[in-house]
Design a binder for this molecule. Structure first.
Ligand SMILES: [Zn+2]
Length: 164
């Protein structure tokens, strides 16, 4: 990913400087800024806010935002998002891209294996984002999709402004 195309709207860091960049409507936020928010909230409210849980929550919001906007743009849309638990085989996530702004956009396949966090594989095939992962990787898979969408939306915005 090119860091000049997408960055955190709060601290200005690019994708290669942060663990996760989450897309919201017209803004992005990185995991460390989410952690800062979590600390402020914890201090101010006296309740405990976990940065990891907040990143995960923001990532799901981002997916929902993307889906809802697509449905508003194309009322007859048959866009499907499937999240399937396959027992000991872990998760399978399939997101239709046909008819969306992500159709035909290059996706660099991701293969990750780690002793602690398990494994996940993400790719784009047949105009679908397809991911498989072990039991604890569902949030990470959705994060990967969300970051890819964030990157693309930023590129489109820059192109519309004539920056690239
Ligand atoms: Zn940030």
């Amino acid at each position: 990913m090119n860091r000049t195309l997408t960055m955190c709207s709060f601290c200005g860091k690019g994708p290669d400087e942060v663990k996760t960049l989450i897309a919201g409507p017209g803004v992005h936020i990185c995991d460390s800024c989410v952690a800062t928010c979590a600390n402020v909230l914890t201090k101010e409210t006296g309740k405990t806010f976990s940065p990891a849980a907040m990143v995960e929550r923001a990532t799901w919001e981002s997916l929902q935002h993307w889906y809802r906007r697509h449905c508003e743009e194309q009322r007859a849309s048959k866009l499907g998002i499937e999240i399937i638990a396959r027992g000991s085989e872990g998760w399978r996530v399939v997101i239709d891209l046909k008819g969306t702004a992500m159709s035909g956009v290059v996706f660099e396949p991701v293969t990750h294996k780690h002793a602690d966090t398990g494994w996940h594989i993400c790719k784009v095939e047949n105009d679908q984002f397809q991911a498989d992962g072990s039991a604890s990787t569902l949030g990470r898979i959705v994060e990967i999709f969300s970051s890819w969408v964030a990157e693309r939306e930023h590129q489109i915005k820059r192109a519309a402004r004539g920056d690239i």
